[in-house]
Design a protein around this ligand. Structure first.
Ligand code: IK2
Length: 450
C-alpha cells in the first residue's frame, strides 16, 4: 500500500515537473519571435472574404444569409448512407482508398457525366476526386499555370480564382460581365465579344468560367459558350469550367456544359461539387473531369499534395449519385426537387428586397441574389475614412446594427472593377423559410424608420 502511494506521488511529481517544463518552454517560445519570411507568393492574398464575414456574422449572432450553405437538412437517405457506411462490416470503408478517387465514386461520376458531356469518360484516367471543388480548382490551376502565363477571369468570379492563379505564378486578366438593358435579370449581364477577343493573346493559358455563376446567378447560353469556345480553340487554351451549381436552374433554364461543345472536350476541365449537389457543403468532396492527357497533370498535383480524400464520404456520395441516377429525369430526383424548392425561396427573397427599397438582380441559377443597395438610407460616416468600398462598409453596418449577415459584391471583383460592383450586396437564399422570415421581419421594421 505504502509502495503504491510512493509510486503515485512520484508519478504526480513527474507530471508536475513536465507541466512546468512545458509551460516554461511555451512561455519562452512566446518571448522570442522569429523573422522567418513567408514566401513572396503569399503577398497580397492573405485576406479572405469568408473568414472575415463568417467571423463577423457569428460575433453578432446574425441571421445568416451570407455564406452559401443550406441551413436545412440534406435528403435523409444521404445522411443515412454515410452513417451506415461507417458502421458497416466492411473495415476498408474506414481506411485509405484509391488515391485519385474511390472506385465506386469515380465509376458513378463517369456514368452520370459521360452522357452529359457526350463522351465515354474513363473513370480511372479522366476523373479526379478532390477536397471540394476548391481542390479541383487548385489542382487545375497548379497543373497548368506558371510564371509568364495569363489566365482570363470573368467578373464577378468566385473569389479563390484570383489568389490561386497568383500562387501558381500566373497573371490574372479580368473582364467584367456588363449590364445590358435594365440589368434586373442575370440574363441581362453579358460579355462584350470584342472586349473578350482582346483579352486573348499568345500568353493566355486558360480561361476560368463559372456557370451558373456565383454571385450573379448567370447561366450562360449555348451561344455565349460557343463564342468562348471558339476563342479557346483559336488560341489553343484551356477552359476551367466551374459548374458546382449545375442542377440549380430556374425559369426553365438549361445548363450547357462547355466541355460538350465541338472541339472543347479536348481542352476543358469540368468541375463539380458533392457539397452543392446534395446540400452537404461540410462533406467537402468535389471532382474534375477531362481528357486523360490533361487529367494526368491534375493527378500529379493531387498525389503530391492531398493524396486522397476521406473514404466513407466518397462511398456515401457514390451511393447518392447511384440513387439519383436511378430516378434521373423524374420530378423526385433531388437534382429537380431542390431547384423547385429554391425557386420559391428566390422569389420570396426578391420580393422582400424590393419591398425594403433594394433592387434585386433575379438569378437564373445558383443560390444567391445580388441586390442594388445604394438607395438604402444608412449613415456610414463612421467608416468613411476606412478606405473600404461602399458594399463592405454597408454589409458590416447591417451585420452589426441589424444582425443580418450578407456578403459584399466587390469581393468577387478585381481592384480595377470594384466600382461596377460596390452598389450590390449578396444574399443567399438556400435557407430555411424560418431564416428568410427572420430577415424579412428585421428589414421591414428597419424600412419603417428610413
Ligand atoms: N466554386 C464556386 C462557384 C462556389 O460557389 C464554391 C463554394 N462557394 O460557396 C461559398 C459561398 O460563395 O458562399 C466552390 C467552387 C467551392 O465548392 P466546395 O465547397 O465544393 O469546395
Amino acid at each position: 500500500m505504502r509502495a503504491k502511494t510512493n509510486m503515485a506521488a512520484r508519478a504526480f511529481a513527474l507530471l508536475r515537473h513536465n507541466k512546468l517544463h512545458y509551460s516554461l518552454t511555451t512561455t519562452s517560445r512566446r518571448m522570442t519571435s522569429s523573422n522567418v519570411a513567408p514566401a513572396s507568393r503569399l503577398e497580397g492574398i492573405d485576406k479572405n472574404v469568408w473568414i472575415e464575414f463568417t467571423t463577423l456574422a457569428s460575433q453578432h449572432n446574425a441571421v445568416n444569409l451570407g455564406q452559401g450553405f443550406p441551413d436545412f437538412s440534406p435528403p435523409n437517405y444521404v445522411k443515412e448512407v454515410l452513417s451506415k457506411v461507417v458502421v458497416s462490416g466492411d473495415q476498408m470503408m474506414n481506411q485509405y482508398t484509391r488515391g485519385f478517387g474511390h472506385p465506386r465514386l469515380v465509376e458513378n461520376i463517369s456514368k452520370l457525366f459521360g452522357p452529359l458531356l457526350g463522351v465515354d469518360v474513363d473513370p480511372y484516367k479522366e476523373v479526379l476526386v478532390t477536397v471540394g471543388a476548391y481542390g479541383s480548382l487548385f489542382c487545375s490551376i497548379m497543373a497548368f499555370v506558371q510564371p509568364g502565363d495569363e489566365v482570363i477571369i470573368i467578373e464577378p468570379f468566385f473569389d479563390c480564382y484570383q489568389p490561386m492563379v497568383k500562387l501558381a505564378g500566373g497573371t490574372p486578366r479580368f473582364i467584367p460581365l456588363r449590364a445590358t438593358s435594365s440589368g434586373g435579370s442575370s440574363r441581362d449581364w453579358k460579355l462584350d465579344p470584342d472586349e473578350l477577343k482582346l483579352m486573348f493573346n499568345d500568353k493566355t493559358k486558360a480561361i476560368v468560367l463559372n456557370t451558373p455563376n456565383n454571385p450573379l446567378g448567370k447561366v450562360y447560353s449555348r451561344d455565349e459558350l460557343t463564342m468562348i469556345a471558339e476563342l479557346c480553340i483559336e488560341h489553343d487554351c484551356l477552359c476551367i469550367s466551374d459548374e458546382v451549381y449545375e442542377w440549380l436552374l430556374y425559369e426553365g433554364c438549361t445548363h450547357t456544359r462547355i466541355g460538350s461543345l465541338p472541339g472543347m472536350w479536348e481542352r476543358t476541365i469540368t468541375i463539380g461539387s458533392a457539397g452543392k449537389t446534395f446540400s452537404v457543403t461540410g462533406w467537402k468532396i468535389g471532382w474534375s473531369i477531362g481528357p486523360s492527357n490533361l487529367m494526368k497533370h491534375l493527378h500529379t498535383v493531387s498525389q503530391n499534395s492531398i493524396y486522397n480524400c476521406p473514404t466513407p464520404i466518397q462511398e456515401a456520395v457514390a451511393q447518392g449519385l447511384e440513387h439519383e441516377m436511378s430516378r434521373f429525369g423524374t420530378e423526385d430526383c433531388y437534382f429537380k426537387s431542390l431547384p423547385r424548392e429554391l425557386e420559391v425561396k428566390r422569389d420570396h427573397l426578391a420580393s422582400i428586397l424590393r419591398e425594403v427599397g433594394m433592387e434585386p438582380i433575379l438569378p437564373q441559377g445558383g443560390y444567391f441574389i445580388l441586390a442594388d443597395a445604394s438607395k438604402l438610407k444608412v449613415d456610414l460616416s463612421d467608416s468613411a475614412g476606412s478606405g473600404e468600398n461602399y458594399d463592405y462598409r454597408l454589409v458590416k453596418w447591417i451585420t452589426r446594427n441589424k444582425q443580418v449577415a450578407t456578403i459584399p459584391n466587390s469581393a468577387f471583383y478585381s481592384d480595377e472593377h470594384k466600382d461596377i460592383a460596390e452598389k450590390y450586396i449578396r444574399f443567399c437564399f438556400c435557407k430555411k423559410d424560418e431564416t428568410i422570415d427572420k430577415m424579412e421581419k428585421i428589414f421591414k421594421e428597419w424600412a419603417k424608420t428610413m
